[in-house]
Design a binder for this molecule. Structure first.
Ligand SMILES: C[S@@+](CC[C@H](N)C(=O)[O-])C[C@H]1O[C@@H](n2cnc3c(N)ncnc32)[C@H](O)[C@@H]1O
Length: 259
């Protein structure tokens, strides 16, 4: 781990500024709809099934699933800010969705409670050692009923490496500029992200890291915690616009089953 990156950076990053810097990915209903279209193709759902949106942020996928008649959704995330935002929006839209706070490595939820566990929007690879990711997947396994399915959506490390851009920036509206400086070190990408307001200067300067997985290393990780029937769809992108969409482009969608 780079000395500049707090190993628990993920406990602090997911706030109002994240919703602005990543709005192209996580606040665009059309993008979410395309993601749900693919999920439903890969692991068909039925309305009575219990779905866990693990590391679900502000619950955009659960909201879309609810709209399509899948009403037994639970969003679980660490960020109280995102959960509060999601809960308020769900109440406004009269969608009965549970929003729960905690660490995905040890949720405290009863075993075998869910038919489906979804880990979407590149929410793995945040921990300073691979054991953290392993623990999240082992917890997903524990929470699934026998025969239940996992769907995991992360950046495909293979493609990201081959198109690696050390510097990227984009504007948000008239005022904000997001600048990202990245360094690839083995399996981990270290990023410094600065958000600057043209009117008032620095808004946020943060550092984070992401462990990259490739189809083979993800298969190994999943089979190591007992998943079977592992299948990988490569290089999915829900975006129509071009540009550097950070780690939200070139995703691999992995499905697996609890025996
Ligand atoms: C990039 S966001 C994606 C959120 C959501 N899945 C989406 O697509 O909009 C990653 C989320 O993972 C959550 N997260 C990462 N590690 C976690 C952990 N160990 N426990 C709970 N939440 C975690 C963060 O709080 C954050 O909301």
């Amino acid at each position: 781990m780079s000395p500049d990156v707090n190993p628990e950076w993920w406990k602090e990053l997911f706030d109002e500024v994240y919703l602005a810097t990543d709005a192209r990915s996580v606040c665009d209903d059309e993008v979410t709809r395309r993601e749900i279209d693919l999920i439903l193709e890969l692991i068909p759902l039925s309305p009575e099934q219990e779905i866990l949106d693990l590391c679900g942020g502000h619950g955009r996928h659960s909201m879309e699933l609810f709209s399509r008649g899948f009403k037994k959704c639970t969003v679980f995330d660490y960020s109280q800010f995102l959960l509060d935002r999601g809960r308020a929006e769900a109440e406004r839209q009269e969608k009965k969705i549970a929003f729960l706070q905690g660490d995905a490595r040890n949720t405290g939820l009863p075993p075998g409670r869910f038919d489906r566990v979804l880990v979407l929007g590149n929410s793995l690879g945040y921990h300073s050692s691979p054991e953290g990711d392993r623990d999240i997947l082992a917890e997903a396994m524990r929470l699934l009923r026998s025969g239940g399915r996992l769907l995991l959506d992360t950046v495909n490390g293979e493609t990201l490496r081959s198109r690696f851009h050390p510097v990227a920036w984009h504007e948000i509206g008239d005022d904000l500029v997001v600048c990202r400086n990245r360094k690839l070190d083995g399996d981990v990408v270290f990023t410094r992200e600065m958000v600057v307001s043209k009117k008032s200067g620095l808004v946020k300067d943060s550092r984070y890291s992401l462990r990259l997985y490739e189809p083979d290393s993800m298969r190994d990780l999943l089979s190591g915690v007992g998943f079977s029937g592992i299948d990988v769809t490569r290089d999915f992108s829900p975006f129509r616009e071009k540009g550097d969409l950070g780690f939200m482009n070139f995703r691999m969608i992995v499905t697996a089953a609890k025996p």
